[in-house]
Design a protein around this ligand. Structure first.
Ligand code: F6R
Length: 271
């Protein structure tokens, strides 16, 4: 695992977008694993900008989102399908038939989960998986005690996640209590993964996920098992990390990161 600290949320999100863009340029028919949530909005805005201004091409790529709420129609304003449409799919030249999310209203949820797993397998697996992290330590909707080898399945949301996401549904609407999510095992099979976290609210959980023990209580800690995982955080989310000197040294000195050190649109240089 590598941890990269950027000065602020905008720089961190831009770095993630640049990693996705590099993947698409190297392999235009990449299979991307995508996440939703507030943290991802800046990433998708930057990818949209790159599409419009730099010709970043999405025409051949295929996408699989991590999760969807059980019970919500794809057209529901709070569904993750709708989020992806609004934030990315309608703004770039992606073929909508190549975009996949679990169906939250499938009549047989077990069959739907199996279909989703098989679909991912049938395209050869995920090349690059983008992840956020919840305050419960979840990746996707893999709430505490998700088995580290779990596959796509229905999962009950924890009170922490309900509290985190309920404001998005507004005061007059109950949010769903369950999600369909790729499993931790499904995520670990992606060839690369990049987790983005920003803001103080994520500082404590990032420290547990990155520097704590691997435990099913913090699903993101399973990423320590992944052979190629990069965690991108802003200074606020890095607050509780201990080995920050080492992480900063990696970004400033390792040749893999050289193309990303110059951020012409950046707000500052990470020191
Ligand atoms: C959603 C997902 C979740 C979010 C996480 C962070 O598809 O995978 O794990 O990434 O809950 O959400 P935000 O970014 O809203 O804090």
């Amino acid at each position: 695992m590598e941890v990269i600290i950027r000065p602020d949320e905008a720089d961190a999100a831009r770095l993630v977008a640049r990693l996705v863009a590099r993947q698409l340029r190297q392999k235009p028919d990449s299979v991307l694993g995508l996440a939703t949530g507030r943290t991802m909005e800046r990433v998708y805005a930057e990818l949209t900008r790159m599409h419009r201004k730099e010709g970043l091409d999405f025409s051949l790529c295929r996408t699989f989102n991590l999760d969807e709420y059980v019970g919500l129609a794809p057209t529901d304003p709070q569904s993750y399908r709708r989020f992806m449409g609004e934030q990315l799919f309608s703004k770039v030249n992606i073929d909508i038939r190549n975009t996949h999310l679990p169906h939250g209203q499938a009549p047989d949820l077990k069959a739907e989960c199996l279909r989703y797993e098989n679909l991912i397998r049938s395209v050869g697996g995920i090349d690059l998986q983008v992840l956020g992290i919840g305050e419960s330590g979840h990746i996707g909707f893999n709430e505490p005690l998700s088995a580290l080898q779990s596959r796509t399945r229905e999962k009950a949301l924890t009170p922490v996640t309900l509290a985190q996401n309920a404001p998005l549904f507004g005061p007059d609407r109950e949010m769903p209590t369950h999600g369909i999510t790729m499993g931790v095992g499904t995520i670990l099979e992606s060839r690369r993964c990049v987790l983005l976290a920003a803001g103080e609210a994520k500082a404590a959980v990032i420290a547990k996920a990155v520097e704590g023990p691997i435990t099913a209580m913090i699903s993101a800690s399973a990423l320590q098992l992944h052979p190629c995982c990069q965690v991108i955080v802003d200074e606020a989310a890095a607050r509780d990390l201990k080995a920050t000197d080492y992480y900063r040294w990696i970004f400033e000195n390792e040749s893999d990161w050289a193309p990303f050190r110059d951020d012409p649109r950046g707000s500052g240089v990470a020191k």
